[in-house]
Design a protein around this ligand. Structure first.
Ligand SMILES: Nc1ncnc2c1ncn2[C@@H]1O[C@H](COP(=O)(O)OP(=O)(O)OP(=O)(O)O)[C@@H](O)[C@H]1O
Ligand SMILES: [Mg+2]
Length: 302
C-alpha cells in the first residue's frame, strides 16, 4: 500500500503517471461549463463497459455535489469524506441496484479544491488500490479547474472533456484545455460532444474545438464521439435510473454504447485481437516511451 502511495507521489511530482502492470486505466471527465452531461457520461459509459465484461468503478470526485448516487437512485452510507478521514476505500464503495460500484462525493461537505496536500495524498493512495479489483476507474470531476484538479489529472491516463455545441460550452471547454496546457498537466484528451441534434453537428463542433486546440495551444485532442439530444436522458434522471438500464434502446443509449466501442477500439493496438489487446496494451505501458520521457522533462505532457 505504501508502495502505491510512493508511486502516486512520484506521479504528482513528475506530472506523468507511471503505469504498473495490472493497474487499471484511470479516466477522468471534466468540462469548462457545468451541466453539459459529465455525470451522465460517467455512469452510462461505466455501464457500457460493464456490459462488455469489464470491471469499472465510478468515483464521484465532484466533492460536495453528489450527483452519481442521485442518478443511480442510491443513498450511500459512506462517502469520499470518510475515505479521506481514514475509512478504507473498500468499505466505502456502494453499488447501484444493478451492481455498478461507485464512491459517493458526499453532499456539501468538502470541496476538492479545499483538500490539503495530505488529504489529496490519502485520497489518491486509496483510489490507487482499486487496481486490485477493477480495470477502469472513472473519475467524475466537477466543472472548471482548481489547484487539486491539476494534481488529480497528473495521475490519470485519459481525460474526457465533455461539451455541448453551445458557443458558451465550447468557449469554456477551450478555456479549460488552455489552463491545462499552461499548467503542463494535459493528459491524453478526448472530446465528447453531448446533446447534438445530428451527427453533422457533432462532427462540426468537435472539429472546431480540435482545430483551435491544435492551432492555438499546440494540443492534440482526439474525438471520442457524440451523444444525441434525447428526452429520455432527462426522463431517466427524473426516475433516478441510469439511461442504459432504463432505456437501453434509446438514441442516446446507443450513442453511449458507440462511445464505449470507440474507446476500446482506440485502446486496442491490433483491432483483430479484440478486447484482449486492450489488456495487453495496459500491461505494455509499464514505462513511458523514451520520446515521452523526453517530452516529460519539459513538463509538457500534451
Ligand atoms: N444527451 C442529452 N439529451 C438531453 N438531455 C441531456 C443530455 N445529456 C444531459 N442532459 C440533461 O442535462 C442534465 C445535466 O446532465 P449532467 O448532470 O450529466 O451534467 P454535469 O455536466 O454532470 O453537470 P454538473 O456540472 O452540474 O456536474 C441532465 O440532468 C439532463 O437533463
Ligand atoms: Mg455532474
Amino acid at each position: 500500500m505504501g508502495d502505491q502511495a510512493d508511486k502516486l507521489r512520484v506521479q504528482m511530482q513528475t506530472g506523468r503517471p507511471e503505469l504498473v502492470p495490472g493497474q487499471p486505466r484511470v479516466l477522468a471527465t471534466a468540462s469548462g461549463k457545468g451541466g453539459v452531461g459529465k455525470t451522465n457520461f460517467c455512469v452510462n459509459f461505466a455501464l457500457g463497459l460493464q456490459r462488455r465484461g469489464f470491471q469499472p468503478v465510478v468515483i464521484d470526485a465532484d466533492l460536495g455535489f453528489a450527483d452519481v448516487e442521485v442518478l443511480l437512485g442510491v443513498r450511500p452510507r459512506r462517502t469520499i469524506v470518510d475515505v479521506i478521514e481514514g475509512t478504507e476505500i473498500w468499505d466505502a464503495l456502494e453499488f447501484s441496484e444493478h451492481g455498478l460500484p461507485f464512491l459517493s462525493a458526499g453532499s456539501g461537505l468538502l470541496d476538492l479544491h479545499d483538500l490539503t496536500p495530505w488529504q489529496m495524498d490519502r485520497l489518491l493512495e486509496q483510489v490507487s488500490q482499486l487496481h486490485e479489483r477493477f480495470d477502469v476507474v472513472l473519475l467524475d470531476c466537477g466543472a472548471g479547474m482548481g489547484a487539486n484538479f491539476g494534481r488529480m489529472l497528473a495521475a490519470v491516463d485519459d481525460l474526457v472533456v465533455v461539451t455541448t455545441p453551445e458557443p458558451t460550452a465550447i468557449a469554456d471547454a477551450y478555456a479549460l484545455l488552455k489552463m491545462l496546457v499552461v499548467r503542463g498537466c494535459l493528459p491524453e484528451t478526448r472530446l465528447v460532444i453531448n446533446r447534438v441534434r445530428n451527427l453533422a453537428e457533432g462532427r462540426e463542433t468537435a472539429e472546431k474545438l480540435r482545430l483551435v486546440a491544435d492551432r492555438f495551444l499546440d494540443a492534440k485532442v482526439d474525438v471520442l464521439g457524440f451523444v444525441l439530444e434525447d428526452h429520455t436522458v432527462a426522463r431517466a434522471v427524473m426516475e433516478q435510473r441510469a439511461l442504459l438500464q432504463a432505456y437501453p434502446h434509446s438514441p442516446a443509449a446507443r450513442c453511449f454504447d458507440q462511445l464505449v466501442h470507440n474507446y476500446l477500439r482506440v485502446e486496442t493496438v491490433q483491432p483483430s485481437r479484440g478486447l484482449g489487446g486492450f489488456f495487453e496494451r495496459l500491461l505494455r505501458r509499464v514505462r513511458p516511451a523514451p520520446r515521452e520521457e523526453a517530452a516529460d522533462s519539459s513538463g509538457h505532457t500534451a
